[in-house]
Design a protein around this ligand. Structure first.
Ligand code: PNW
Length: 479
């Protein structure tokens, strides 16, 4: 039975039905109207960093074609739209010394148009695109980045917060830390295994906390909004459930991924104990620098409790087995000593890292409920990729959304998880980071070869619209 056939109303009447995008992935206009450079401009303009040396210079050109995006949003019947602001479009050198009014005007129009169309904006302040001027001072590994982020956040709350009530400070600090500072696969392309990712992650947490406290003190009384950060998390299970080593490795895997950021904010105010002990043991045994995993000091604003809801980006699940790292290898994976593999029974969709495991989402939701004190949860990203020849009749992806939302409804109804909304990644095909335009996550197809960058609804867009409509009218009947 598909979720569309369900007669009972399983989603709350005010459930958020959304889709998501991010500034660099859709906007284009990389140097239009005084926008400053971001690290993704620099990174993608380098050679050999992105598939076929593509870049987001034009992308979906949403900077010019926003009204086309709005049409797509309306066609889907979304109640919510998750977007991000380009920091360097608003603050070309990353600081509030100079505010770019044209950037302000652009986002004002987007937000106002959404509200006029009865769509609630959910706004991410930072989705991977740090101003290059701040990177030049050390980027996320520079302690001062937290001051710059707080000032930027305050500007955004002051400028847009009269209309925006749902805020996300950072998107996926794990991906930014690990792919950007450990593997060098994402901007800023730093390859400094076992050191920089922890430092970058720490400053992201400090920056997030500063922004949350600023909102709490200065804006919440009047604006009454909610602020969180979007954390990506895979669900993980031991490769061999009877192996105590694999079971322990799975716990380490969870600690070093979701736990890295969820534990300081939602659980204890510090990194997971397993993460600390692993890293400290390796520092000691192998003579690595002792301060690799920074400490939270109480002279700084506290990090624990700085999220008004849990924002989860879920894509996939993993099987995990224990590995011991060879001596002398300074790396994140060396610290973790847990290797993740795919279960052969899981279908892989498009990209190699994305195994389709809808019930992994249900398990992860329950895990978050149990370990993070039953937070309200928004699923701020979830999606299914297409690569190669375009298939507008992508019934597989429609099925994926049905299967996934059925699992979400079970989490709500059977497990009592407080899920408040769901955002499909993505509204439309866009610049998929190091994969360029070769990987398509959209509910709308974008013809990147056409000067108009024509948006065409995939069959999965119709399927998702259908799911929204049915659940919406059912909840309206029940209300
Ligand atoms: C997320 N990985 O990033 C981002 O929030 C989106 O911007 C992105 O388009 C979407 O997922 C799809 O990839 C990820 O390699 C990027 O494991 C890479 C990975 C995971 C998430």
């Amino acid at each position: 039975m598909s979720i569309c056939d369900k007669r009972e109303n399983v989603f709350p009447h005010d459930f958020a039905w959304g889709a998501a995008t991010s500034a660099y992935q859709i906007e284009g206009g990389w140097n239009a109207d005084d926008k400053g450079l971001s690290i993704w401009d620099t990174f993608s303009h380098g050679k050999g960093t992105v598939f076929e040396d593509q870049s987001g210079d034009v992308a979906c050109n949403s900077y010019t074609l926003w009204e086309e995006d709005l049409r797509c949003i309306k066609q889907l019947g979304l109640t919510h739209y998750r977007m991000s602001l380009s920091w360097s479009r608003l603050l070309p050198d990353g600081t509030t010394r100079h505010v770019n009014q044209k950037g302000v005007n652009y986002y004002n129009k987007v937000i106002n148009d959404l509200l006029a169309g009865n769509v609630t904006p959910v706004v991410t302040l930072y989705h991977f695109d740090l101003p290059q001027a701040l990177q030049d001072r050390g980027g996320w590994t520079w302690a001062g980045v937290a001051d710059a982020f707080e000032a930027y956040a305050v500007l955004c709350f002051r400028t847009f917060g009269d209309r925006v009530r749902l805020w996300l400070t950072l998107n996926e600090p794990y991906i930014c830390a690990k792919l950007g500072h450990e593997d060098g696969l994402f901007a800023p392309g730093v390859r400094d295994p076992g050191v920089s990712a922890y430092r970058a992650g720490h400053n992201m947490l400090r920056a997030h906390a500063r922004a949350w406290h600023a909102y709490d003190a200065l804006f919440r009384p009047e604006q009454e909004g909610l602020v969180s950060l979007a954390l990506n998390g895979d669900w993980a299970e031991p490769l061999d459930p009877r192996s105590p080593q694999d079971v322990a490795a799975t716990e380490r895997y969870m600690a070093f991924t979701l736990g890295w950021f969820a534990s300081p904010v939602f659980m204890t105010g510090d990194y997971p104990a397993t993460m600390r002990s692993q890293i400290e043991a390796r520092n000691l045994a192998q003579g690595f620098p002792r301060d690799r995993l920074p400490v939270f000091v109480d002279t700084e604003p506290r990090v624990l409790g700085t999220a008004d809801f849990f924002a989860l980006n879920y894509y996939t699940s993993r099987r995990v087995r224990a590995v011991s790292s060879p001596p002398g290898t300074l790396s994140f994976k060396g610290d973790r000593e847990a290797e993740d593999v795919l279960d052969p029974s899981w279908p892989v969709c498009g990209v190699p890292w994305l195994a389709v495991v809808p019930d992994g989402l249900r398990k992860l939701l329950k895990y978050i409920k149990d370990t993070c004190q039953e937070p309200a949860i928004y699923i701020t990203e979830n999606g299914f990729a297409q690569v190669g020849a375009v298939d507008l009749e992508d019934s597989q992806r429609g099925q994926f959304y049905q299967d996934t939302l059925l699992e979400v409804s079970k989490a709500v109804r059977e497990d009592g998880v407080n899920v408040r909304g769901y955002f499909a990644w993505s509204l439309m095909d866009n610049f998929e980071w190091a994969d360029g335009f070769s990987v398509r996550f959209g509910l709308f197809h974008v013809d990147f070869a056409h000067p108009q960058l024509t948006r065409t609804m995939y069959r999965s867009g119709r399927d998702y619209a259908d799911i929204i409509k049915r659940n919406y009218s059912q909840s309206a009947m029940k209300k």
